[in-house]
Design a protein around this ligand. Structure first.
Ligand code: UDP
Ligand code: MG
Length: 332
């Protein structure tokens, strides 16, 4: 069978946003990687609304080399959506997401594939170190992953980006999760399956600037927290409980002072404070309760599957056993 007509084994998904400075190096390294892979592979570039020459370079490449594919989004939809667009188009049995700036070294892809061949369905690449990133970015990332770990019940691995390999069956269920504010690494963790990691040292960006300025990072962090935890919703309940308890305690103390005819008691002021803080606390508590319902609605509208089945065994046998007597009756 000619190579072109064989089913694709590996799909590499590479989101690209104004990466013209890194493209020459990226394309050379990708070429080497694709040549080394055992089995037909495709590399899908998703242009996330670049305004530089990246789309022109990539389109020209795709025209002359059948291993490459190109998807051009109509504007900048953000990294997570770009990855999703690439996943929707991927044809491979194993799908690898990697950054365009070579911070995720192509050599690690081969290690991810080796683990997949051992039978793992999700192989994520964990960052042992992060070269060339500002101390602020490293510190905020560190805090973010630890806080997220405490807030969620889904085991989202720490220090892991979107650089990972997933099996086709994981992708198929991931595509049934239509939520709009996507935190893809969390969604994959939520799905379960047989997961493992490969550790690597994250390199410096080969050229160009980061496309994740502070506001985009903050938005991703908010998406992660809201999509995978209802701790922020419960916060109002806790605040409400604390404030109203303090108000009640203070009210009790004021009552004691009043009964003992304490001269420090300013008439009118204490009762006003007690009433205002009690009402404030009750307000927060009620907001928190409404929040719990909002949380339920939020969970419903995400339309995630209720559960994900990894395998089903024995059902065919039962079916065969049920059919056989009936068939026998027909022939007798
Ligand atoms: N990216 C994207 N859309 C965006 C921002 C980034 O497609 O809105 C791509 C970018 O081209 C790169 C990857 O996402 O391939 C990761 O971005 P970057 O390297 O700038 O993030 P950092 O490594 O600094 O966190
Ligand atoms: Mg980068």
């Amino acid at each position: 069978m000619p190579i072109d007509s064989q089913p694709i084994c590996y799909s590499l998904i590479i989101p690209v946003f104004n990466e013209e400075a890194v493209l020459p190096v990226l394309l050379r390294r990708l070429d080497q990687l694709l040549a080394r892979l055992q089995g037909p592979a495709e590399a899908i570039f998703v242009d996330d609304g670049s305004s530089d020459s990246s789309p022109i370079v990539l389109q020209a490449l795709v025209k002359r080399d059948p291993r490459y594919r190109y998807i051009g989004l109509s504007r900048n939809f953000g990294h997570q959506i770009a990855i999703t667009a690439g996943m929707d188009a991927a044809q491979g049995k194993a799908i690898v997401v990697m950054d365009a700036d070579l911070q995720d070294p192509p050599e690690v892809v081969e290690q991810l594939i080796a683990k997949w061949e051992e039978g793992y369905d999700v192989v994520y690449a964990r960052r042992l170190s992060r070269a060339g990133e500002s101390r602020f970015k490293r510190a905020t990332a560190h805090v973010f992953y630890r806080m997220l770990g405490r807030m969620t019940t889904v085991g989202i691995p720490a220090d892991v980006g979107d650089f990972r390999l997933i099996d086709r069956k994981v992708l198929n269920v991931l595509r049934e999760m239509p939520e709009r504010d996507r935190f893809v690494r969390g969604m994959i963790a939520w799905l379960g399956f047989k997961q493992t990691e490969v550790a690597f040292h994250r390199l410096e960006r080969v050229a160009g600037e980061t496309k994740y300025p502070l506001f985009k990072m903050a938005r991703l962090a908010v998406n992660a927290a809201l999509g995978f935890s209802d701790a922020p919703l419960r916060l109002a309940i806790w605040c409400g409980l604390v404030v109203s308890s303090l108000a009640l305690l203070y009210g009790g103390w004021v009552a004691v002072l009043w009964m003992s005819n304490d001269s420090h008691l300013v008439a009118g002021w204490s009762s006003t404070i007690v009433i205002v803080s009690l009402l404030c606390g009750m307000n927060m508590l009620m907001t928190g309760i409404v929040g719990l319902y909002v949380g339920r609605i939020h969970a419903e509208v995400k339309h995630r599957p209720l559960y994900v089945v990894q395998e089903r065994l024995g059902f065919e046998r039962e079916l065969a056993a049920a059919i056989q007597p009936a068939m026998r009756a027909v022939y007798e």
